[in-house]
Design a protein around this ligand. Structure first.
Ligand code: FES
Length: 322
């Protein structure tokens, strides 16, 4: 199964911060993009052939172009380095259709967006939407200093300026207090959205949970962090296709995606690390062992979906809606 892809042309490049470049792209066929949901991300295939996920950070209602920003990673395996070093205005790229695992809860009484570094990007598309619907929101942006803060000129002018609070140079020890102060006046019906380095988001979640219910706190990860594996997943289990009853064995060295491929069932994948959600499949019965980083707490608890690239099973048979 192939995800929808678009050939695009790079219309503009902009250095948004130290090591962060934005890319404005439009479709080669001249057609407009569909309106996307704020918080969505796309797959971008760099000239090196590596595909990575990047949040859309422009106005979701703007259909003639997509905007995404890329931080040049020191440890880049070809994705961000290639986009920074090999792409010029006029270059052609391949991108995927937007997917969203980081949704705005528009019924919230207040929205508190908390980003750090390149984590500002999905929050920006949310900010555009919140301005458009006139919803109350504050965007807290944490960065080492001005040089490392992306999109500052945009954040400093209307309509965003009165919603933005900048937090520069906050040390790790001071972060819980700074966040607590930012959340102190949160409305009971507020929702919090955070994106940034994993340790930063961990502190945001921990702090926010003292004041708000867990389902009012949303986060987006873009890199798989090592996580402790529990003992309750089985080394070997069977995956059954609900449509045909066909079964395939998944052993300790095989992923569900690979096992399914061996019987001719292709599940769409992108990151292969449990962060993008491309490989999500509905679970009909059985108990998944969730090892992804993208499902919500509610989705995990319901066991209704599984990310087949990394997750496994706690029950001997997992029946998937395939
Ligand atoms: S392919 Fe990205 S979560 Fe599985």
């Amino acid at each position: 199964m192939q995800a929808q892809t678009f050939k695009v042309r790079v219309d503009a490049l902009c250095e948004e911060a130290h090591g962060v470049r934005s890319f404005s792209v439009s479709r080669l066929d001249g057609m407009p993009f569909d309106v996307y949901e704020p918080g969505a991300h796309i797959d971008v295939t760099s000239p090196s052939g590596v595909t990575r996920q990047y949040s859309l950070c422009g106005d979701p209602a703007r259909r003639e172009s997509h905007l995404f920003a890329v931080k040049k990673e020191a440890q880049s395996r070809g994705g961000s380095r290639s986009l920074h070093d090999e792409v010029r205005v006029g270059s052609e790229l391949s991108i995927g259709a937007p997917r969203n695992l980081f949704r705005l809860e528009e019924s919230a009484s207040e929205h508190i967006l908390i980003g750090a570094g390149i984590g500002i990007t999905p929050l920006l598309s949310m900010a555009y939407r919140l301005v458009a619907i006139g919803a109350p929101f504050t965007l807290h942006y944490f960065a080492r200093n001005e040089t490392h803060a992306a999109f500052l000129p945009l954040l400093a002018r209307a309509p965003f300026d009165k919603h933005v609070k900048l937090h520069f140079g906050v040390e790790r020890e001071g972060l819980p207090d700074e966040l607590d102060a930012s959340l102190r006046d949160a409305d009971k019906g507020a929702h919090v959205y955070t994106c940034g380095p994993a340790p930063f988001m961990d502190v945001v979640v921990e702090t926010a949970q003292k004041r708000l219910p867990a389902d009012a706190i949303h986060l987006e990860r873009f890199k798989a962090e090592p996580q402790a594996q529990t003992d309750s997943s089985l080394d070997t289990f069977d995956v059954q296709l609900a449509s045909s009853g066909k079964t395939v064995r998944v052993d300790a060295s095989t992923s569900i995606v690979d096992a399914l491929a061996s019987i001719g069932i292709e599940v769409d994948t992108s990151c292969g690390e449990g962060v993008c959600g491309t490989c999500m499949v509905d679970v009909v019965s059985g108990e998944p062992e969730h090892r992804d980083h993208c499902l919500s707490k509610a989705e995990r608890a319901s066991n209704s979906v599984i990310c087949c690239c990394v997750s496994r099973s706690r029950s001997p048979v997992l029946v998937l809606d395939l």
